[in-house]
Design a protein around this ligand. Structure first.
Ligand SMILES: *Cc1c(COP(=O)(O)O)cnc(C)c1O
Length: 353
């Protein structure tokens, strides 16, 4: 497929690497591509970053038929730019598409378009330690129509934003509130798709947690409120009796790529690792018997997010000694070393631009 390129007449000033936040600044160009039933995916194009005109009846605004991805590109010490597991993100987007009745993307076309966009925007990949260029592929239903059915037309786009070091203030454990009041998703629903609706469903519980002084919510399963699913918008890991445990994918848990990276590294290091059901009661018992060594979240934004405290009902669990656990530290270093090109990419996770 031929990709056309229209360059911006005027380029934006680049921000100071040391003052970057998250999701506030966008680069000069974006990738757009459209879909219709007659043409399939057509007109992939790199254009100046710009607002989109939309009819107020555009279906995505009313029925939420949308999916997205989140991945990153990194600047290595030699100045090169590389992406982490981009093929896996594009493949996951197609799995999300299936669940929301959105037509499949040609994964090779998307990867190629993304690489071309990045080579144009290379100068936007920040250099300071811990910074990166966040990549947000998005796909929305665009029929101007009111009525519940899958749209006949779609827009796919990719936008980019330079982001600061997630742990600018230090790699410190966070406090998590286990919610029994709200659920994020249920089996048979769209919990395993990366779709805006799941985020909308998580807001109220998140606000309540913040008000109570907690950073994130630990979600239990939507059926029995018994088994642990995820933490905030991250997957979750426990180290119990020297075994690394994460809830098995069950249809309502998002299959995180960082989650998969942790599992693959644990296997490579010959650690005991299990993907299985784990109930909140088992976790409480492991803590009571002194066997719960570590808890940490995994996701693209933070990579690894150590948990120092869990509150469930009126019980408060202090995890470890209040510092980052050895395992969390080890996974964080191993993954970021690969991302920033500090070690050889033995697992085939890097896509060079
Ligand atoms: C994106 C996401 C994750 C983490 O996935 P990564 O691929 O590791 O970034 C976990 N849970 C939810 C709900 C998510 O949306």
């Amino acid at each position: 497929m031929q990709l056309s390129v229209t360059k911006a007449n005027q380029l934006k000033p680049k921000p100071d690497d040391s003052k970057l936040g998250f999701g506030l600044i966008f680069t000069d160009h974006m990738l757009n591509m459209d879909y219709s039933i007659e043409k399939g995916w057509y007109n992939p194009r790199i254009e100046p970053y710009a607002p989109m005109m939309m009819d107020p009846s555009t279906m995505v605004l009313h029925y939420g038929q949308a999916i997205f991805e989140g991945l990153k590109a990194f600047r290595t010490d030699s100045g090169a730019v590389q992406m982490f597991r981009a093929k896996d993100n594009i493949a996951r987007m197609n799995r999300s598409a299936q669940l929301l009745c959105i037509p499949q993307l040609d994964e090779a076309v998307v990867l190629d378009g993304l690489k071309q966009l990045l080579s144009i925007e290379k100068g936007w990949v920040p250099k300071a330690a811990g910074t990166s260029l966040y990549i947000r592929p998005t796909l929305i239903a665009t029929d101007p129509f009111l009525g519940v059915r899958a749209s006949y037309t779609y827009r796919f786009f990719i936008i980019l934003c330079p982001v600061g070091a997630y742990y600018a203030e230090g790699f410190n454990p966070v406090k998590i509130l286990v919610t029994k009041e709200h659920v994020r998703a249920v089996r048979g629903g769209i919990g395993e798709a990366k779709t805006p609706g799941n985020y909308a469903a998580s807001l109220l519980a998140g606000e309540k947690a913040h008000k109570a002084g907690y950073t994130q919510v630990l979600w239990l399963d939507g059926v029995e409120q018994k088994y642990i699913e995820e933490v905030g918008s991250m997957n979750i890991f426990f180290v119990i009796d020297n075994e690394v445990i994460t809830p098995m994918l069950n249809g309502s848990i998002l299959p995180g790529i960082t989650r998969d990276s942790v599992i693959k590294l644990a296997q490579k290091w010959n650690l005991k690792v299990a993907e299985r059901k784990i109930s909140i009661d088992e976790l409480m018992n492991a803590h009571a018997s002194g066997k719960l060594q570590e808890v940490f979240g995994s996701g693209t934004a933070a990579v690894i997010s150590p948990v120092g405290e869990l509150k469930y009902g009126d019980k408060v669990l202090k995890i470890g000694d209040g510092k980052v656990g050895a395992m969390a530290q080890k996974f964080f270093k191993a993954i970021t070393d690969i991302q920033y090109g500090k070690v050889k990419d033995e697992l085939g996770w890097i896509e060079t631009i």
